[in-house]
Write a protein that binds this ligand. Structure first.
Ligand code: SAM
Ligand code: SF4
Length: 471
């Protein structure tokens, strides 16, 4: 075990946002532990307090500043604060102005440099010059602050991914593998290309090596991650004979000995090829679930969003999935209230929900974000109207899900056992289609967490199924 200058330090890390952030945090935790840090459960126990942040919507961004404000008094106890992730990249050094007790600001493309940054952070402190403290109250956080301000913000043009052998996965049965980082799509509303940098794929060899290593450790489920996994382009040399398309990589991960389930998220409709459905048909370990965000059912809005596909092209992809050998569960993301979205545009989105028959939809009110092209668009939809559309959309989708979930009653479905709900005396299971199927088991049987069992569905709800274990 490596012992560095930062040995015996403790850290607390809170994560906001998407699965990419959750997995980045697992890598950051692994890196810090390797650097001699110990992870602790509370802010009070920690020497270093880190927030891995999300800036996809304004609400998400505000959360981190509230957290920083809540704990700034702890600076007086010598604790250090760091902001990681998308808000760090987006706001950069402005964070030091808004929250002067922060010492480290680091975007996700710079995590490779964390060990060096930690060394800098732990270098002997330089007291703030007296002049800088003039006029500050004794309890002002910046009075106790030092000049140690470390930034990792310049690496968005890197070709390298954040690969680490030290990932600290929190679940011993299913785990994430990043296959592609960044995004080159530049949808009009989205900050991701500005915060996560340009698209870069890992080699298929390194992805497969990680998958095999996880299988050896006992993992049976793998989720391949990326902003757009299906834009994956294997950077392996063209003549190595090992260069894989996304569908080939998916199939290869599904064939790793010991892996029973492979999921992937998110897919972008423009790069969604029929070969992905063919891979699902051919390899039983590939889960029968695809998350394919549509954002809007109106061509006019899709065009303004710069989504690079039409409603018809999107529905063509849905058609491929509907003709698959196994029933593929389809889920999506929808934004309501994009600038200029009319009642007619919105009606087209509602119609699309009926036409596709999604098993789940993440719904968002459009939130104007810094740097994005849609900031310049006129015709904002009033917030009250956005809220109304959101409610209408959610109510319509709920009806669709009630009908869709009902049809599983009476069928036997395999679940991975994920946990136990003591209050309800139920086990928590997840199907290959990514549905929650809670179940009871005979008193004589105790299903093992992480095992796979057959469950007969006996009742349905809009977001889950209930059943009895088949013994
Ligand atoms: N790359 C994925 C794609 O293109 O579908 C999704 C990435 S994004 C992290 C997840 C979702 O957040 C998007 O699908 C979109 O619905 C939503 N989103 C992104 N920017 C938004 C904004 N400015 N306002 C509201 N929702 C937004
Ligand atoms: Fe954002 Fe569009 Fe890239 Fe998805 S594809 S991350 S929505 S810019």
């Amino acid at each position: 075990m490596k012992m560095s200058a930062s040995a015996h330090k403790t850290f607390y890390l809170e994560t906001f946002g998407c699965q990419m952030n959750v997995h980045d945090s697992e890598k950051v935790i692994g890196t810090l532990i390797h650097e001699g840090y110990e992870q602790v459960e509370t802010v009070e126990q920690a020497d270093l307090i880190l927030y891995n942040t999300c800036s996809i919507r304004d609400k998400a961004e505000q959360k981190v500043f509230h957290r920083l404000a809540d704990y700034k008094k702890l600076l007086a106890q010598g604790k250090k604060f760091g902001v990681l992730g998308c808000v760090a990249q987006q706001e950069g050094e402005k964070i030091f102005e808004r929250a002067p007790h922060v010492s480290l600001v680091c975007g996700s493309a710079s995590y490779r440099n964390l060990p060096q940054m930690l060394t800098q952070l732990n270098a002997p402190e330089i007291p703030r010059p007296a002049g800088e403290n003039a006029g500050l109250r004794d309890d002002a956080p910046s009075k106790h602050a030092t000049l140690v301000r470390i930034t990792g913000l310049d690496d968005r043009e890197t070709d390298e991914c954040f690969e680490t052998e030290f990932t600290a996965r929190s679940n011993p049965h299913r785990g994430y593998i990043t296959i592609i980082e960044g995004c080159d799509k530049f949808c009009a509303y989205c900050v991701v290309p500005f915060t996560r940098g340009k698209e870069r794929s890992r080699t298929s060899e390194s992805v497969l090596a990680e998958a095999r290593q996880m299988a050896d450790l006992g993992y049976t489920e793998i989720q391949l991650l990326g902003q757009n996994v299906n834009s994956y382009k294997d950077p392996t040399g063209a003549f190595s004979g090992k260069k894989k398309t996304f569908a080939e990589l998916l199939a290869a991960v599904g064939e790793v000995h010991g892996i029973r389930r492979v999921r992937f998220t998110t897919s972008h409709p423009r790069d969604f090829g029929r070969d992905i459905v063919e891979a699902i048909d051919a390899v039983p370990a590939l889960c029968d679930h695809v998350h394919l965000p549509v954002q809007s059912g109106s061509d006019r809005v899709l065009d303004a969003m710069q989504r690079l596909y039409t409603r018809e092209q999107y529905l063509e992809r849905i058609g491929w999935m509907k003709s698959a050998k196994r029933e593929i569960s389809i889920t999506s993301d929808v934004i309501v209230g994009f600038p200029g979205e009319t009642e007619q545009d919105f009606a087209e989105t509602l119609g699309l929900l009926d036409e596709v028959g999604y098993d789940g939809v993440f719904t968002f009110k459009y939130s104007p974000r810094p740097n994005t092209p849609s900031l310049a668009l006129d015709d904002a939809v009033p917030d009250q109207e956005k809220s109304r559309r959101l409610e209408v959309l959610m109510a319509r989708q709920k009806e669709i899900q009630i009908a869709r979930y009902k049809k599983y009653i009476g069928t036997n479905i395999e679940v991975m056992v994920e946990g136990r709900n003591e209050a309800r005396a139920q086990w928590i299971g997840r199907t290959s289609q990514n549905k929650t199927l809670n179940f009871t088991a005979p008193e004589t049987t105790t299903p093992t967490i992480g095992s796979y069992v057959q469950v007969k569905a006996t009742a349905s709800f809009p977001n889950s199924l209930l059943g009895e274990m088949v013994v």
